[in-house]
Ligand binder design. Structure first.
Ligand SMILES: [Zn+2]
Length: 403
């Protein structure tokens, strides 16, 4: 069947449509990568929605002057390799030649491991993540991201200038036999890193909880008084703050966290959809600490493939608990980021460098305060420092675990 299309220059052309392939117009638009906001759908000349079935009397008006056929099928330069297991794509804009090209590189196992490790090491170098003669704290939960981070630091220890590394892991309670926790204990031994296990007593004390942290944790997991987002937030914030407190006791203020590309881009999206002030990425100054994110240019999938190929002995982590999965909104942000990488591969390079500039303008606006319960550094947007508490402590208070 032939569907007639008028473009914004009033030129008429047609698409030959296999009606067995699509039942409604929206599916056809999706197939040809045409956003519905670019098209007015008409049936017999009258405007209808894109959810109508495809029939002979359907026509499409494209309402902007975009060269859709070209934009939807950008040229791809593919570097082929035998036995490829992964494709790394980057989109490049050549404004002088008025041309956009997607560069795709097929990678076999060896290429993949090299590219992964080099991206990690380049990020450390480019952002000066290992300051000379300074101690580094590495948050090591035993999950895939933090395990990859610790393994590469260990493998390239000399190349990184023999940094003084201490890893930090939260004590497992009843989890000592589990793989995730076992990895967190084994890896520091393997590389002779200093290792600190943060105990649940230390958490109880640091957050001034009126019950043992094990009990508090159990209740947070079970309670219906908290949203999924609050549950994820309080657990994540507790872990992060405990790494800070323990590291500061060891005189360590440079902290490595294993947030990957999607995790960090989600934060960028959150800044732009809430308007809250934010610190830069992938190096984040949260006085008196500096956080470093060396996995900033690597995705969750790349981390998983890397471990599978390079360190298959560390891939059997226990499944995430539901409380770690976040709200639907947070999950949507992650999916949105992955969709974005699909539409514009390599956008993270542009976005993170732009974000660095933008957050530099914000820097002067940021007033720092401290949480009155746990001492965590806060961006104060309220101008009321008297009652200030971090998000995590507010939740502990809401549940009656602190005064
Ligand atoms: Zn707090």
């Amino acid at each position: 069947m032939r569907i007639f299309v008028t473009d914004s220059l009033k030129k008429l052309f047609f698409i030959d449509v296999d009606i067995n392939k699509f039942s409604i117009v929206k599916e056809l638009l999706r197939y040809y990568d045409i956003p519905t906001e670019l098209v007015i759908v008409r049936k017999n000349g009258e405007i209808v929605t894109e959810n109508v079935p495809i029939t002979e009397d359907i026509s499409l008006d494209i309402i902007r002057h975009l060269d859709l056929p070209k934009l939807s099928t950008l040229p791809v330069l593919r570097q082929k390799t035998k036995d490829s297991i992964y494709i790394k794509a980057v989109q490049k804009f050549d404004t002088n030649k008025n041309k956009i090209t997607i560069f795709e590189r097929e990678l076999n196992k060896k290429d993949f491991i090299n590219l992964f490790e080099n991206t990690f090491l380049d990020t450390i170098k480019k952002y000066d993540m290992i300051p000379k003669h300074q101690k580094i704290g590495v948050a090591l939960s035993g999950g895939k991201d933090s395990v990859s981070m610790a393994l590469i630091i260990g493998k390239y220890f000399k190349k990184l200038g023999n940094p003084d590394i201490t890893t930090y892991t939260l004590e497992g309670w009843g989890q000592e036999q589990e793989n995730t926790y076992r990895y967190a204990r084994e890896i520091p031994v393997k590389f002779d890193f200093k290792h600190r296990v943060i105990t649940t007593e230390e958490i109880t004390k640091a957050f001034h909880l009126n019950k043992k942290y094990e009990k508090v944790f159990e209740e947070i997991v079970k309670t219906k008084k908290l949203t999924p987002n609050e549950k994820t937030l309080v657990l994540a914030q507790t872990q992060r703050r405990m790494v800070e407190i323990t590291a500061a006791n060891d005189g360590i203020y440079n902290l490595f966290f294993a947030l990957n590309k999607e995790d960090l881009l989600s934060e960028v999206i959150l800044t732009y959809t809430t308007g809250h002030l934010a610190f830069s990425l992938p190096v984040r100054p949260v006085a008196p600490f500096t956080y470093y994110y060396p996995l900033a240019f690597l995705s969750k999938k790349e981390v998983a493939i890397y471990l599978n190929l390079a360190y298959p002995q560390y891939i059997n982590q226990e499944p995430s608990q539901l409380v770690e999965c976040g709200s639907q909104t947070a999950q949507f942000h992650i999916k949105f980021c992955d969709n974005l990488f699909e539409i514009w591969p390599g956008i993270e390079y542009e976005l993170f460098s732009a974000y660095k500039k933008i957050t530099a303008y914000m820097k002067d606006k940021i007033v720092l305060s401290k949480c009155r319960n746990c001492g965590s550094t806060l961006v104060d947007e309220s101008n009321d420092t008297s009652k200030l508490m971090c998000g995590g402590c507010k939740i502990y208070k809401k549940l009656g675990f602190i005064k």
